[in-house]
Design a protein around this ligand. Sequence first.
Ligand SMILES: [Zn+2]
Length: 146
Amino acid sequence: MTESSDESTLGVGRPTKRRPGSAAGGLPVADPRPVFDGIGGPAVVGVRCTACRYPAAQQEIPWCPVCYQPVEPARFSPAGAAWSSTVVAIPVGERRPPFGIAYLDLDDGPRVMVHLAEPVVLPLGARLRITGTDRGDLVAAVEEPS
Ligand SMILES: [Zn+2]
């Protein structure tokens, strides 16, 4: 038997971790993106460990990813400091360049990825505030000094 270099047979019959999702006729795939709740005081919702207090931006996870103890629902501040940011210069899905993304360390919570209201590279530690969502992704703007 000889190996075929034909791309149409590449990977056929091999196990894969990829699932097609409900849009392609498969099972529903959980959306791992953080959820912003603008009602009842703006907050990012997630969980916090009942033992070590580790915060996570995912809901409905069964146990703490650090110490495996039970978690409880938590609401996190929508403001925080930029850990890293960049401006994306290529189209990604429906998004057209340039657009900015950043990792935001919430003041009392986890690190979450946000889209930036303006496509700029921020200094480390720049203050950001989550203002809402765009197509399910968190959107944050630079916080004006008060
Ligand atoms: Zn824990």
